[in-house]
Design a protein around this ligand. Structure first.
Ligand code: DC
Length: 207
């Protein structure tokens, strides 16, 4: 069973995806980490983030060791990830890795922006996780402070708005719910309630 989960930054999709993976015993891929790894490598190599060819080369030789690195979680790398994600050649280079991951038996959970629409259009379950931008900014701000970043809430809010806009309006694989996605608004839900809502939907789909 493939579970495809999409949604904007800090909507809670990663947390829900991890928990569903644990529940079903499936591996989970945070596809945002792929774009973050490319973004970080571009920053480290002092490359122009808008250089599509350079970014595609990095993506073709994906620095897998960066996927678990704490450095990819900074606000700066999130911004760089969103910028490299605009390049069609980057998205193409990262596609095979995601498709292979999704093809694992007996199942897999992937979260990102275009999983239900582009990477796994035939996923058994598609979820689209949302929350108001203010609530997402509050969550992200807390996370960044906990990681030791010095950043104010207003900056996180402004950055998220710009990132949402960029992610939703790019030509390739824009952020949008698949037509058959089940939407969960986590603005007023804690993680347990959000996972419970997802599980209720999944169970109803399979019976
Ligand atoms: O989920 P995240 O915030 O870690 O993602 C970082 C950026 O990566 C996001 O702003 C856009 C890009 N991304 C994407 O374009 N497609 C995906 N499937 C996942 C992430």
């Amino acid at each position: 069973m493939i579970i495809a989960i999409d949604g904007p930054a800090a909507s809670g999709k990663g947390n829900i995806a991890r928990q569903l993976g644990g529940h079903f015993g499936y591996p989970h891929l945070d596809t945002g980490a792929l774009y973050r790894a490319v973004g970080l490598a571009m920053l480290q190599e002092n490359r122009n983030i808008d250089d599509s060819d350079a970014a595609a080369k990095v993506a073709e030789n994906l620095p897998l060791e960066l996927l678990d690195a704490a450095e990819i979680r900074t606000a700066e790398v999130g911004e760089a990830a969103s910028k490299v994600a605009v390049h069609a050649a980057v998205r193409k280079a990262l596609r095979g890795f995601q498709e292979r991951f999704a093809g694992q038996s007996p199942g897999a959970v992937l979260d990102g922006r275009d999983i239900g629409t582009v990477i796994c259009p035939h996923a058994d379950v598609k979820l689209f996780i949302t929350a108001t931008v203010e609530i997402r900014a509050t969550r992200r701000h807390k996370e960044l402070l906990a990681r030791g970043e010095r950043i104010i809430y207003a900056r996180v809010l402004a950055d998220l708005k710009v990132r949402d806009q960029r992610d939703a309006t790019r030509k390739e694989g824009p952020l949008r719910p698949a037509d058959d996605a089940f939407q969960i608004d986590t603005s007023d839900l804690d993680i347990e309630a959000a996972v419970a809502a997802a599980l209720t939907f999944i169970t109803s789909q399979r019976t």
